[in-house]
Write a protein that binds this ligand. Structure first.
Ligand code: TXA
Ligand code: MG
Length: 314
């Protein structure tokens, strides 16, 4: 595919109609969500889903998140237990992905779920994503719209930098408000991946604790390999100062920081800036040191991504 073949679509009626037509014909469209940009394909078509892996150059067929218009569509595909139902009712549309048992007859291509008997489902909280889902009338399988092993894109420009010429179109919806991927929860409830929705918010709503399964090698979320978020330069975490040759990424009132996740020490702002910051480090090509981030609320997901980004490339 030639680079010029990736259409950049505006988020107006014509752009959305074009994006929906591409998806319905088995093509690939990157689209904005409130978390990060997704690389969408018709989840009922194995050929379309296969193109996602090809475009991302994914080394393995990891299961993908299936994006849906609403809870009632999800109910036709997966079986909800009471706690998962309560989470969905409370936080959808939103940055929550639920991994639930697949119902017999659910029309989702097995490649989208990597042959598992569960499906990861999510209703995104973004008007463009929701309009696209409504227009196609299909479940859309969408991993983050980055080449495998690179950080997730939070702008259409990031998507184009990584995937231009490899996908059919990009819907340009500006910056993603949250900037971190969704939180993934399985029945239990078990936290499979910390993300944009905090554990504290979920626990408050269900009146129970989530257990954590966050082993980097765990088989349940194979996309969670340690080096998945590498910016391509060495990262030193919990750093109190810059060593020679390093770029210093601050959080809060840090003097001499070259970049900052949030000058005021705000975790929401830091989450929204995280992947942009990792992209910037990749561009600079120098080792980096990152200030400590508190392990509470969104800080848990930010630290998770930073630890993965700091893991040596395998
Ligand atoms: O915010 C997000 O979640 C973004 C936007 C586009 O929605 N998507 C995203 O997708 O981050 P991706 O493919 O980069 O990460 C999906 C994660 C992977 O770790 C994958 O292994 C896990 O979801 N996953 C998908 N289906 C699963 C399943 N049936 N069981 C367990 N884990 C699953
Ligand atoms: Mg990803």
């Amino acid at each position: 595919m030639d680079e010029s073949l990736t259409e950049i679509l505006a988020i107006d009626d014509a752009g959305l109609a074009r994006a929906a037509a591409i998806l319905q014909n088995g093509g690939l469209v990157a689209f904005p969500t409130e978390t990060v940009y997704g690389l969408g394909a018709d989840a009922t078509s194995g050929a379309a889903v296969a193109r996602v892996f090809e475009a991302k150059r994914r080394p393995a067929f990891n299961p993908l998140i299936v994006h849906l218009r609403d809870l009632s569509h999800a109910r036709r595909l997966v079986r909800f237990d009471p706690v998962s139902e309560r989470l969905a009712e409370s936080f959808w549309p939103g940055a929550l992905t639920l991994v639930l048992p697949k119902l017999g007859g659910a029309d989702i291509d097995p490649l989208a779920t990597a042959g598992l008997d569960s499906i990861a489902v999510r209703v995104p909280d973004h008007p463009v994503a929701l309009r696209l889902l409504a227009k196609t009338g299909r479940p859309i399988a969408a991993p983050s719209a980055n080449p495998s092993g690179k950080v997730s894109p939070t702008t259409a420009g990031h998507v184009a930098a990584g995937l231009s010429g490899r996908i059919d179109a990009i819907l340009d919806g500006g910056h993603c408000a949250i900037g971190l991927e969704s939180t993934i929860v399985a029945p239990g409830p078990v936290l499979l991946r910390p993300g944009g929705l905090t554990v504290e918010e979920m626990e408050a709503r269900i009146g129970a604790r989530l257990s954590v399964r966050d082993d980097p090698d765990m088989p349940n979320a194979p996309g969670q390999i340690a080096s998945h978020y590498s910016p391509g330069v060495p990262l030193r975490l919990n750093a109190s100062c810059r060593r020679s040759g390093e770029v210093l990424v601050g959080f809060g009132p840090v003097t001499n920081a070259d970049l900052s996740l949030s000058p005021s020490g705000n975790l929401v702002e830091a989450a929204a800036n995280l992947f942009r910051c990792l992209q910037a480090l990749d561009t600079r090509g120098r080792a980096a040191a990152v200030s400590p981030i508190p392990e509470t609320g969104l800080g848990r997901a930010i630290n998770d991504r930073l630890r993965r980004a700091a893991a040596p490339l395998t």
